[in-house]
Design a protein around this ligand. Structure first.
Ligand SMILES: CC(C)(COP(=O)(O)OP(=O)(O)OC[C@H]1O[C@@H](n2cnc3c(N)ncnc32)[C@H](O)[C@@H]1OP(=O)(O)O)[C@@H](O)C(=O)NCCC(=O)NCCS
Length: 187
């Protein structure tokens, strides 16, 4: 456990993702492939392999090192990945914004884990990353995800037609934001 690990439940940790998580991501994403299909872009089979996840994490960690992304995982008591939370597209200057994406293992939904993790992401975005705003978008009929965002303090700011290519179709999305503070940009 590092100083950046939070326990969200006695058996669930929220911590930064590392390249060594690639096998656990491959296992978890394969296990949840059918469950998440409705809310995800169509992925090639290679995405679900250890190599595919290692390539994804390598790119993401390079973006993290460049200040453009920050990936976290939810891990169970055996340090198996049971969820992923990522801020990407981070911009600074007067915008100070990041885009949030997330998923939770089907077997662990309904425990408040996504809500707690989204709150932890926002805390880190404000206190560690110096951001002012976090944005998220959900397919218009993804009620559980919209409920998570509402509980974590996000407001719905609009609806974008044909916003993302999800499950093989351009899908309308509700857009959400959470403003993290009122201070001017630091540094
Ligand atoms: C969306 C997701 C992350 C939620 O994870 P979770 O850990 O179950 O979330 P939480 O337990 O914190 O909260 C879920 C909320 O949705 C509610 N919910 C569940 N099914 C619902 C439904 N069909 N209609 C309305 N609300 C629903 C739950 O009751 C809960 O709210 P409550 O605490 O007020 O009762 C998870 O279902 C998931 O990974 N889905 C597939 C991928 C996905 O949709 N990612 C987000 C893309 S924008």
């Amino acid at each position: 456990m590092t100083d950046r690990t939070h326990l969200l439940a006695p058996d669930v940790a929220f911590r930064p993702a590392e390249l060594t998580d690639a096998p656990a991501f491959a296992t978890a994403l394969t296990r949840n492939r059918a469950y998440m299909r409705r809310w995800e872009p169509v992925r090639p089979d290679t995405f679900y392999t250890v190599e595919g996840q290692a390539a994804r994490l390598t790119a993401l960690l390079a973006d993290r090192d460049a200040g453009r992304a920050m990936p976290w995982v939810l891990a169970d008591a055996d340090d198996r990945v049971i969820g992923g939370f990522t801020l990407s597209g981070i911009e600074r200057g007067p915008f100070r914004n990041g885009r949030l994406g997330y998923w939770v293992d089907e077997g662990h939904t309904g425990r408040g884990l996504a809500t707690a993790a989204v709150r932890a992401v926002c805390e880190a975005a404000r206190d560690r990353l110096g951001l002012h705003r976090v944005e998220a978008a959900t397919v218009t009929d993804n009620a559980p995800s919209q409920q998570v965002l509402a509980k974590a303090g996000f407001e719905r700011i609009g609806t974008a037609p044909g916003y993302l290519h999800i499950n093989a179709r351009w899908r309308d999305h509700h857009l959400f934001q959470r403003l993290l503070h009122d201070d001017p940009p630091a540094g």
